[in-house]
Design a protein around this ligand. Structure first.
Ligand code: FES
Ligand SMILES: [Fe+2]
Length: 470
């Protein structure tokens, strides 16, 4: 297959090009349909390695995971493994995790581990002992003279991988000719910068293998349309209706503003309906205990004080303002300073961004919920799912966390996320049915799905959404 050009220099589809949709991002407010190939085809998943994963910026870990010179982590995707090392106090570098002698992986990931990590002064290959310094130069070769002076710094040094940081994450790109990270991430980077995600630290992180394609899993979390039916308990707290927008290569989603609440305040930190003082507290306690995401102990405590601090009949908008002010002050008193962000910006930013192709940032002013999706080998019916929950901690009180493999059914997932999990394999199976004609995402509430496939098609050369004809 020809190598497709890298975003954003992807050629516009030619009219009549059978492989590419003539649709543009601005067309995605119209109903579309998407074929099942991208979800179920073995050929497609094999092509993804070269056409997609080796050409996009990939979120590969957090900066704080490698605090000291020599600290390193590995990142694995399909056939590629990358070692990411802090090579100086202010520098992080990435190399293909492969010895230049005969190709052995330099750093092994322990069986069952999410990735390898540690601290070393040099990378020593376990096979014949070729040694590389942190900058990737080969510094020791046994019996070097046997190569008759033909081993040079160039043909022995480790192959570098493009690396940059944003939002506190380390990003890598296997394409040496890729666009700069910042350019790739826009407009998400500018919209999310005010949330100062780089100051947040992980509260918990888990991973698991699902029996579905990574797109099925990603699309279970990039829309709010499913909440009423998949998570019926949330109905008691009000309507969960949301929008989804194409943002070029990326997309974002957010809640429609509830009645009586300024659209600018429609942050992820939602209030409940009815007596907003009580329903907000109920929803916060439910979320904290049953999902353990999207909120913090400070927000829960502040919500529990609302009934004491506000009179009955306080309008919902005022309840929201008071709750956030009270929580902000409580956090400030313990040294946790939330960023101050223009409410209009908070409203526009929505509740989550889908970073192409498979990272989702659910941002808020004092916490974040992030999902990452990766293929699991070349099986189109499996994927790796990663969840990390972040929040602002007082300096020195950040918890030390590890990626915990947590199988479906493990009580540590609590009750709400398993409701999402229950759709994964069922969707994958359904898509393989001879009777399935393709997905028909909601043009307003599930536009992130159409946007993903429009962009995927530009990398993959196949699978573009088509207008749905009634
Ligand atoms: S393969 Fe690494 S030293 Fe031989
Ligand atoms: Fe859900």
């Amino acid at each position: 297959m020809p190598r497709a050009a890298c975003w954003p220099c992807v050629p516009a589809p030619e009219p009549g090009d059978s492989a590419m949709s003539a649709l543009k991002h601005e067309d995605l407010d119209r109903p579309v349909t998407i074929g099942a190939e991208a979800y179920i085809s073995e050929d497609y998943v094999r092509a993804e390695r070269d056409r997609l994963w080796r050409r996009v910026w990939l979120q590969a870990g957090r900066v704080e995971e490698i605090p000291e010179v020599g600290s390193h982590i590995t990142y694995e995707i399909l056939d590629d493994s990358v070692v990411i090392i802090r090579t100086a106090a202010d520098r992080i570098q990435a190399f293909h995790n492969v010895c230049t002698h005969r190709g052995r992986r330099l750093v092994d990931t322990p069986a069952g581990a999410h990735h390898a990590c540690g601290n070393r002064k040099a990378l020593v290959c376990p096979f014949h002992g070729w040694t590389f310094n942190l900058q990737g130069d080969c510094t020791h070769i046994r019996d070097r003279e046997d190569w008759q002076d033909q081993l040079t710094p160039e043909n022995t040094r480790l192959a570098g991988v493009k690396l940059d940081t944003w939002g506190g994450w380390i990003w890598i790109n296997l394409d040496p000719d890729c666009v700069p990270l910042r350019e790739y991430l826009e407009p998400a980077a500018s919209m999310l910068d005010p949330f100062q995600l780089e100051n947040m630290r992980v509260r918990w992180r888990r991973w698991v293998v699902f029996d579905c394609n990574w797109k099925v899993a990603a699309e279970a979390f990039n829309e709010i349309y499913h909440v009423d039916v998949t998570h019926p308990e949330f109905k008691q707290f009000g309507e969960f209706r949301g929008w989804a927008r194409s943002q070029g290569l990326h997309s974002n989603i957010g809640y429609d503003a509830p009645k009586n609440v300024d659209a600018n305040q429609q942050a992820k930190l939602r209030i409940g309906t009815g007596d907003a003082r009580l329903s907000t507290a109920q929803m916060q306690n439910f979320t904290w205990t049953q999902v353990n995401t999207n909120t913090t102990q400070t927000l829960v405590d502040a919500a529990n004080r609302l009934a004491d601090e506000l009179p009955e009949g306080t309008p919902p908008g005022e309840v929201l303002m008071h709750w956030l002010k009270s929580a902000r002050e409580a956090d400030a008193a313990r040294g946790v300073v939330w960023p101050t962000i223009d409410p209009a910006h908070v409203g526009r930013s929505g509740t989550a961004w889908q970073i192409f192709p498979s990272f989702q940032i659910g941002h808020a002013v004092n916490n974040a919920l992030c999902y990452n999706f990766k293929p699991h080998g070349y099986n189109p019916n499996q994927c790796i799912f990663e969840v990390a929950v972040y929040e602002l901690f007082p300096k020195g009180a950040e918890p030390k966390t590890e990626w915990e493999y947590t199988p479906v059914g493990d009580p540590r997932w609590r009750t709400v996320l398993p409701q999402d999990f229950s759709n994964m394999a069922a969707v994958q199976q359904g898509m393989k049915s001879a009777g399935f004609r393709g997905t028909q995402p909601n043009p307003y509430r599930e536009r992130a799905i159409a946007n993903l496939h429009l962009n995927l098609a530009r990398y993959m050369g196949t699978g573009a959404p088509r207008l749905l004809k009634g």
